[in-house]
Design a protein around this ligand. Structure first.
Ligand SMILES: NC(=O)c1ccc[n+]([C@@H]2O[C@H](COP(=O)([O-])OP(=O)(O)OC[C@H]3O[C@@H](n4cnc5c(N)ncnc54)[C@H](OP(=O)(O)O)[C@@H]3O)[C@@H](O)[C@H]2O)c1
Length: 244
């Protein structure tokens, strides 16, 4: 293992910010995405500016049969793996389409579990390594406007919680990231409240610092912990009547 970081979903706005953060700290990068041609400009830029190595790898969370091969194809295993992958579309359209429902579940939950199980077993055998997963506060309570994405994120959050518990005895650090709103491609059509919304670089800084301090769960912006405490405290009999 070495001081390299594997970023899954590296072409996302948050993935790019995390790549830049780690490159600026001298880490070597393995950037994985569904279409790596979009990453070649970033690759050269980071290599030149920060004098680090940066490899590009094709990865699709929904291509389950390729997951073992994907991990085995990496000869110099990274010390840190960060999953940034996520997929969110308008809930009514997702509910109406079985393909979209499965894409949402596979990209946010089952596809990540499939790969991270393989990586966690390898890290456990080596007795070192860090796995960080970007989940979401959306997984903390199902809402009528977003419950397919939210339930997939809930599954991923619970998975990371159990994995952290299991990996503790093997000296493997597992961190859950629970961002609130972030300005990215995923949310560009939403009218987000400015005061509550983070920038991708805020997430990157929080992820970097959280991993350095071996944190368990981070919220990116501190106030989301308290917003979610209020939201999860509303009785179901009232919550179900709210158009949230
Ligand atoms: N933006 C927010 O307000 C917010 C809030 C809470 C949590 N998050 C989470 O933050 C993470 C980053 O999202 P973002 O906001 O930066 O949005 P984004 O730019 O849309 O990034 C999502 C990334 O996931 C990749 N992806 C989706 N399905 C995949 C699959 N099956 N296999 C491989 N890659 C796949 C996408 O790849 P393609 O580019 O190929 O489509 C895209 O690069 C996600 O986990 C998201 O759920 C975001």
């Amino acid at each position: 293992m070495n001081n390299s970081v594997l970023i899954l979903g590296a072409a996302s706005d948050i993935g790019i910010a995390i790549a830049e953060k780690y490159a600026s700290k001298g880490y070597h990068l393995l950037l994985a995405a569904r279409n790596i041609t979009r990453l070649t400009a970033l690759q050269s830029d980071l290599q030149i500016r920060y004098k680090i190595s940066c490899s590009l790898l094709e990865f699709d969370a929904a291509a389950f049969s390729m997951h073992e091969k994907f991990w085995q194809s990496i000869s110099n295993k990274p010390g840190i793996v960060i999953s940034v992958i996520g997929y969110m579309k308008e809930n009514d359209q997702v509910v109406a389409s079985q393909n979209e429902t499965l894409a949402t579940i596979h990209s946010n939950f089952t596809g990540l579990v499939s790969l991270l199980n393989i990586i966690a077993a390898d890290f456990a055998a080596r007795k070192e390594g860090t796995i960080a997963g970007i989940s979401s506060v959306a997984g903390m309570r199902g809402r009528q406007s977003n419950y397919i994405y939210g339930s997939a994120k809930a599954g991923f959050t619970a998975y990371l919680s159990g994995l952290r518990n299991k990996m503790y005895q093997y000296n493997v650090h597992v961190m859950t990231v629970l961002p609130g709103f972030v300005y990215t491609k995923m949310t560009e059509e939403l009218n987000l409240p400015k005061l509550l919304t983070a920038q991708p670089k805020d997430v990157a800084n929080a992820v970097f610092n959280g991993i350095q301090k071996r944190k368990n769960i981070i919220f990116v912006k501190w106030f989301w912990r308290w917003i979610m405490l209020i939201i999860t405290s509303i009785p179901e009999s009232i919550f179900k009547k709210k158009k949230l």
